[in-house]
Design a protein. Sequence first.
Length: 224
Amino acid sequence: MADQLELSAALSGYIREFSLREDTVLAELREQTSQLPAGSAMQVMPEEGQLLTLLAGLTPARGILEIGTFTGYSTLCLARALAPGGTLVTCDITDRWARIGADYWRRAGVEDRIEVRVGDAATTLEALIDERGAGSFDLVFIDADKRGLPDYYERSLTLVGDTGLIVVDNTLFFGRVVDPEARDADTEGVRAFNALVRDDPRVEMSLIPMADGITLIRKRRVTA
């Protein structure tokens, strides 16, 4: 049985050359973000952003929830894939970085589809459950503080519809998940989340070894 292919720099470059379709607006936002402290590490890879666009379009998504905005690269990728009349709610602990993304959202013509909510993520999710009810989103993308992943996951399961999709970023967390010396709260949060989803009978899931680890989750479908 074939094992996981190890990506060399040359092979990664080949994939980018023959797969990536990043336009000028996205490329400029990525470049500006890379100039920020830890900007490159915190931003999704452009290939991942393209995957998010594809997944949202396949859903198809009229309502998208993003937990963790940063400068809004993934926000833009997701907003472009919304079904007609759809909206995206993105939440972050501060609007400092989202203000950078807003200019690019406007240039891309999707600013009116995006609602930014600022505050503690758990509080925001509870408010959305109260306001919109269970199953009110077609896709949830989680890319926030890692210690909160188990909690965000549980609330996302309530908010996503029965045919919806949850996408979680950084589930390999720079390889720290297999480092026995890594005992910080964020690494432990990722480990706890990974174990929780693996053992959760309510869902189907797959952890994809792309970028920093991407986990795809959907509710298990009940058959007669």
